[in-house]
Design a protein around this ligand. Structure first.
Ligand SMILES: Cc1ncc(C[n+]2csc(CCOP(=O)(O)OP(=O)(O)O)c2C)c(N)n1
Length: 283
């Protein structure tokens, strides 16, 4: 069922607050991969506040949907979401990436509640997600598996081995989502390594493709529900996004792939997030 106007407004407000939390964590950590965290925030918000069947009070619930954040450097974003969903106290985020804290820059599933797969070395998450989807089949369990990839990450050959396997095994409980923010660590994806025609590449590997605006909740919801209803084939959602989304001085600026902020700059970032969110709500 399409998201209602009320649901969309609630998700937008949640995403605004989460983006501000991510700015705070970046300050406390002394730096983080904030650009790609902000680009994926709306997708993460839709998943964690609408679609994922999880129980934060019972993180290891065997029937939970699985989520693999293959672009593991976005840990600053996922940690903010998991804290807000109640997997652990928000106070812990003050120690993000500090010595002896449970949080590294890339989240470790053995140390952080709610993390289904330890990632960080790009190119491995989709293979793990294939394994989780196969596990659901072997155990005749109804859980679905979602895997979020970076577009630059798709330069890794291992992504395409996993893509081939997912189609071969007809893994229709698996949904891949690519955060297509058109940038990677050191430049635009099309300059570093051509991905286009990106959707055609996924189709050639046997996937059903949905191309959406990754900041539009109507489109995000429709694509996830389409994926849930698709049989016999895995679905990839290519979510067109803006790196640094919400912070005017970070948007589409490759130098904000990773960055640090003092409290003044963080205040500017949060004011920008609030401004943009107010504009979206009144649009
Ligand atoms: C195997 C591997 N090689 C290199 C890196 C270093 N690295 C961290 S982030 C990144 C760029 C990733 O780009 P993208 O997937 O587009 O991420 P986003 O723009 O969404 O943050 C790279 C190369 C890594 N983490 N793993």
């Amino acid at each position: 069922m399409p998201l209602s106007a009320e649901e969309i407004a609630t998700l937008q407000a949640k995403a605004r607050d989460l983006r501000c939390d991510m700015i705070d964590v970046t300050v406390w950590a002394g730096g983080a991969h904030i650009g790609g965290a902000l680009s994926m925030t709306d997708v993460l918000t839709a998943l964690y506040y609408k679609y994922l069947r999880v129980r934060p009070e019972e993180p290891d619930w065997p029937g939970r949907d699985r989520f693999v954040m293959s672009k593991g450097h976005g840990g600053v974003g996922l940690a903010a979401v998991l804290a807000d969903r109640g997997y652990f106290s928000k106070d812990l985020l003050h120690e993000f990436n500090h010595f002896k804290s449970p949080f590294g820059m890339h989240l470790d599933g053995n140390k952080v509640l709610g993390v289904d797969a330890s990632t960080g070395s790009l190119g491995h998450g989709l293979s793990m997600a294939v394994g989780m989807a196969m596990g659901a089949r072997f155990l005749t369990q109804p859980w679905r598996t979602y895997c979020l990839l970076g577009d630059g990450e798709c330069d890794e050959g291992s992504v395409w081995e996993a893509a081939m396997a997912a189609c071969h095994f007809k893994l229709d409980s698996l949904t891949a989502i690519v955060d297509r923010n058109h940038m990677m660590i050191d430049g635009p994806t099309e300059e570093v390594m051509h991905l286009e025609p990106f959707a055609d590449k996924w189709r050639a590997f046997g996937w059903v493709v949905r191309e959406i605006d990754g900041h539009d909740y109507t489109q995000i919801g429709e694509a996830i529900e389409f994926a849930q209803a698709t049989r016999e084939k895995p679905v990839v959602i290519i979510a067109d996004t803006v790196k640094g989304k919400g912070v005017d001085f970070m948007e589409n600026q490759v130098q904000w792939h990773y960055g640090s902020m003092d409290s003044d700059l963080a205040a500017r970032a949060k004011a920008s997030i609030q401004r943009l969110a107010a504009e979206v709500q009144h649009a």
